[in-house]
Design a protein around this ligand. Structure first.
Ligand code: COA
Length: 349
């Protein structure tokens, strides 16, 4: 029994925060941001009361509008997020209710930027166990809710968005292969939101000290990301008895284009095989990988091998391989972006 992706959906808010706009907010330039990160713009959820659950639901709606599947058949939802709607009550509960998953369990999983890969692995093992058949895996984050737009070290990087995949059991040769997930708590202080949790609950002082925003040691995180993503990718290829030449596409976490390029060069993978959309969305944390799968779904052909790798706060990191399988029938052909539309998007951005 294997698990395979049979449907994909995605959502980014319509409001764009361009480099030019950021350069009017903090001391930086569009040129610096593009050169050091590859990011040209990011999307922000600006609607009043729009939380992570709304982004997740929009991505799920896009999936169900695109592919032919009955919501009542869904067994479970694993929602990867680092920005839940509330500290207490799982965001997944609201998402299950609003998405019409009436016969399903739902829970949140926080592994920061590695959340989607961790969630994919949890859902894969649930399906491989034979106890569940259809699990929706979502990565969704409203990073704008924890970013300080006066801090040029972080506000240039992050954006809001969500991506969703349907994972189903299959007896075919397609689907998820072996994964490797890793965690190292010694990296905690290098990338975190210091206050608002049980360790340092909110007070007037924590707010005054801006401790509810992302704080990071950028250069240190950068180095660890390149090293960890490269090593774990090599290890996961070996554990699946694959070589770099067997890989058709790489879908890396989108944190910084220079990280992506350094990992590709270390692994000796041609740039044309590496999917990149950080220029348009920035780092959407749990959402980068499913948004990338969604954006480039039209390029993936049956039987092709895809390498996914990620790194995030914690530190948390990992990699997996999958053989692209047969997707569910489309409801609405227009909902899948064609290569031409993507080219058009890039030209416009
Ligand atoms: N505009 C202009 N200058 C900036 C800047 C900005 N937005 N942000 C930082 N700088 C300055 C720094 O103050 C520093 O100046 P100094 O030399 O006078 O001290 C200089 O640029 C170099 O800073 P550094 O932090 O070494 O830059 P960098 O090349 O490492 O780029 C990041 C900074 C944040 C873009 C980069 O470190 C990064 O992307 N790190 C990984 C972050 C990440 O991926 N986080 C999420 C993990 S999932």
């Amino acid at each position: 029994m294997k698990a395979t992706i049979t449907a994909i959906g995605g959502f980014v808010p319509s409001s764009i925060l361009s480099n030019e706009m950021i350069s009017r907010m903090v001391e930086t330039t569009g040129e610096w941001i593009v050169k050091r990160t590859g990011i040209k713009e990011r999307r922000l959820a600006k609607d009043e009361n729009q939380g992570t659950s709304d982004l997740a639901c929009a991505a799920i709606e896009n999936l169900f509008e695109t592919y032919d599947i009955d919501r009542s058949e869904i067994d479970g939802l694993v929602l990867a997020t680092a920005t839940p709607d509330h500290l207490l009550t799982p965001t997944a509960s609201k998402v299950c209710e609003k998405s019409g998953f009436t016969n399903a369990f739902g829970f949140d999983l926080n592994a920061a930027c590695s959340g989607f890969l961790y969630a994919l692995e949890m859902a894969t093992t649930m399906i491989e166990s034979g106890r569940y058949e259809k699990v929706v895996v979502v990565g969704a984050d409203k990073m704008s809710s924890i970013v300080d737009y006066e801090d040029r070290n972080t506000c240039i990087l992050f954006g809001d968005g969500a991506g969703a995949v349907l994972l189903e059991k299959t007896e075919s040769e397609y689907g998820m292969m072996k994964s490797i997930l890793r965690t190292d708590g010694s990296g905690t202080s290098a990338l975190l939101v210091p206050a608002g949790g049980s360790k340092l609950p909110a007070t007037a002082q924590t707010i005054a000290d801006k401790k509810h925003f992302v704080n990071q040691e950028g250069a240190f995180v950068f180095k660890r990301a390149v090293e960890s993503m490269s090593n774990v990718s090599r290890d996961v290829l070996a554990s699946n008895e694959l070589t770099v030449d067997d890989i058709d596409w790489v879908v890396p976490h989108q944190a910084n284009l220079r990280i992506i390029n350094a990992v590709s060069e270390t692994l000796n993978i041609a740039a044309e095989k590496v999917k990149v959309n950080i220029d348009r969305y920035g780092n959407t944390t749990s959402a980068t990988i499913p948004l990338c799968l969604w954006d480039f779904a039209a390029d993936f052909k049956e039987g092709q091998n895809i390498l996914i790798t990620t790194f995030g706060a914690g530190f948390s990191w990992g990699a997996t391989c999958l053989k692209w399988g047969v997707m569910r029938n489309l409801r609405n052909l227009q909902a899948i972006k064609t290569e031409k539309e993507l080219e058009h998007d890039l030209v416009c951005s």
